[in-house]
Design a protein around this ligand. Structure first.
Ligand code: SRM
Ligand code: SF4
Length: 577
């Protein structure tokens, strides 16, 4: 590998001694709240991002102070399932070291924001003591493995969750750096966790992957994990008795793109074949190996698996995977999805236990004067004997509540205002926004802090036209990277500049079609008026059962996007209104 020809991050990995760099030295340096630039790339592999509070950036610059540095910590939760004890631990860490909020992410993980350098090590150690970790939550490796979050709804969900955990373990980096840096007391050398034996990385090698890698498992008919947005996916195929007979394997999905950069685009994953449950971990490993060996290491904007497959073709990719497997994948099987949203409220499973899905707006768990959500969930965690499940739509399931325990939980829900969390319009219940300002360094516009208010404004139109209970997927991101998977939403807003958004329309309701740019750089104050006639037209002229995303294409507001390569082609044909 001639490093001089490759992206500079390849050299950073090469000389890092398996992801150590000079992180330890940086943690000890009290002269700054930051760490060295190259180490900022390496800490991502440990689940840690350096950020600064962008709300105060300008005034600190004026006062000649360094930016208000702090760190975001992402905690892996394979399949999104954690115990009440782990919830309480995360709650405590959020209130002790972070910004008194917990963020439930679009990939079923936790994030803590605002942890300052001197508290980083303590926080990571405590996360590990609670039997969770942060390694490989970010970086050029496989990340948190997602799975439909309702394992007890049927035995199939339980099996799928087990597979998620197996794949996650199998693809976790083996470097001792994580343990040496975060879990060792530097003075005594005492470790809080058993150190893995191998220093070598048998799967990744010392250059790891060219780029991030994301895996997901779905159990139809629910596509609540947005299978088509991921590098690698497994769609469970069930027999008549609801047993999993195997998985259709999907490859090459991804959302990220750049405004005005036509060689970057979102792509939906394609079905590559079928494997048995016993083969799934092996298949995951071999797909990762092909991407390791053939992904673009020169241009990080072209390094995701979606471009590797686009450049070489799906048949070539399948051949590469099968060569490494030593056997052929079977023909893909029939399957069907209903939607990609969450099913709110109470359900009872086949064993008689209850599960409650709560709406957590944009995944932000916090207390406000009129809604003590964080306190309520803490009180529930104190008495809850089942589990908590983070959904891929940034919501929360209080899982496995025995019938006798339900009244006590209901009392706490009532007391803390959580009972009404899902008494909202179909539009709000199907909304997602990424974090964006003030912590995200890449954000061009507000997202999490703006979408709830925009939805309130749009709800007037929705109510006026009798669409209160109609589920319409609506997503916002502060930049085109796509963290809330906006390009498969029926309505999406993507930040271009402060107070300006591109509006996209026409994504598939089940997350199976990309949307299309409808209007560019719309000022926030004009968004509602821009959408008013489209929503009114939908209410009046839709066919029976027609979804909003399908309607806007049929009615000619936008052209259908049939492949990511055409995402930037043929802007919406805007109708006179
Ligand atoms: Fe993301 C980068 C937040 C899911 C595509 N994402 C970032 C960073 C770390 C910004 C940075 O690099 O400095 C954001 C941190 C903001 C903050 O302050 O917390 C960030 N991404 C998030 C989260 C927290 C959004 C949320 O509100 O939930 C999600 C965390 C998921 C997790 O638990 O692992 C999150 N990011 C996604 C998704 C959705 C998904 O994976 O299902 C995507 C689109 C799917 C994909 O990967 O294609 C996504 N994030 C990106 C990209 C663009 C990648 C690309 O291929 O171009 C970046 C920027 C990059 O990697 O260069 C990015
Ligand atoms: Fe930040 Fe952009 Fe991701 Fe939003 S989409 S969290 S603004 S990187």
């Amino acid at each position: 590998m001639d490093l001089s020809e490759l992206h500079k991050n390849e050299t950073i990995k090469d000389v890092s001694n398996f992801l150590r760099g000079t992180i330890v030295e940086g943690l000890l340096d009290e002269s700054t709240g930051a760490i060295a630039k190259n180490d900022q790339q390496l800490t991502k592999f440990h689940g840690i991002y350096q950020q600064d509070d962008r709300d105060v950036r300008r005034e600190r610059r004026k006062a000649k102070q360094e930016p208000a540095y702090s760190f975001m910590i992402r905690v892996r939760v394979p399949g999104g399932v954690c115990t009440p004890k782990q919830w309480l631990e995360m709650d405590e860490l959020a209130n002790t070291y972070a910004n008194h909020t917990l963020k439930l992410t679009t990939r079923q993980a936790f994030q803590l924001h605002g942890v300052i350098k001197k508290d980083l090590k303590k926080t990571i150690r405590e996360i590990n003591e609670a039997c969770m970790d942060t390694i490989a939550a970010c970086g050029d490796v496989n990340r948190n493995v997602m799975c439909n979050p309702n394992p007890h709804q049927s035995s199939a969900h339980g099996e799928a969750l087990e597979l998620a955990q197996e794949i996650s373990d199998h693809l976790t980096p083996r470097t001792r750096a994580y343990h040496d840096i975060w879990l060792t007391d530097l003075e005594t050398g005492e470790k809080t966790k058993v150190t893995p034996d191998a220093e070598d990385e048998p799967i990744y090698g010392k250059h790891y992957l060219p780029r991030k890698f994301k895996i997901v498992i779905a159990v139809p008919p629910s596509n609540d994990v947005d299978i088509y947005a991921h590098d690698l996916g497994f769609i469970a195929i069930l027999d008549e008795d609801e047993n999993i007979t195997g998985y259709n394997v999907t490859v090459g999905g991804g959302m990220g793109m750049g405004h005005g950069k036509k060689d970057t685009y979102p792509v939906l994953a394609q079905v590559m074949g079928f494997c048995t449950p016993d083969q799934a971990v092996d298949v995951a490993e071999k797909v990762v190996l092909v991407q390791r060996d053939h992904g673009d290491r020169k241009n990080r904007a072209h390094a995701r698996l979606k471009y590797t497959i686009d450049d070489h073709g799906l048949d070539w990719f399948r051949d590469q995977v099968e060569d490494r497997l030593g056997y052929k994948l079977e023909e893909a099987k029939e399957f069907a999805f209903d939607d990609n949203g969450d099913r709110y409220g109470w359900i009872q499973d086949e064993d008689g236990n209850f599960h409650l899905t709560l709406f957590i707006q944009n995944g932000r768990v916090k207390d406000t004067d009129d809604y003590p959500m964080m306190t309520g969930l803490r009180e529930i965690a104190k008495i809850h004997k089942g589990d908590f499940r983070l959904t891929a739509n940034q919501n929360l399931i209080i899982g496995s509540i025995a019938p006798d325990d339900r009244p006590a939980i209901e009392e706490l829900l009532e007391k803390h205002g959580l009972k009404d969390s899902y008494e909202a319009t179909g539009l709000r219940l199907n909304s997602m926004a990424c974090v964006a300002l003030p912590t995200c360094g890449l954000s061009l516009a507000e997202s999490e802090r703006y979408l709830p208010d925009l939805i309130t404004e749009l709800e007037e139109i929705i109510e006026e036209h009798g669409l209160r209970d109609d589920a319409i997927t609506i997503r916002m991101t502060g930049c085109p990277n796509g963290c809330a998977r906006p390009y498969i939403a029926e309505i999406a807003f993507v930040g271009r500049a402060p107070g300006k958004y591109n509006i996209y329309l026409g994504g598939g309701f089940i997350g199976d079609r990309l949307n299309k740019l409808y209007k560019e750089s719309v000022l926030s104050e004009n968004i509602v008026e821009t959408l008013r006639p489209v929503i009114a037209d939908y209410a009046k002229n839709r066919e029976d059962g027609e979804k909003f995303g399908d309607f806007v294409i049929r009615a000619g507001y936008v052209n259908e996007t049939t492949h990511g390569r055409d995402f930037h082609e043929g802007l919406g044909e805007v109708k006179d209104s």
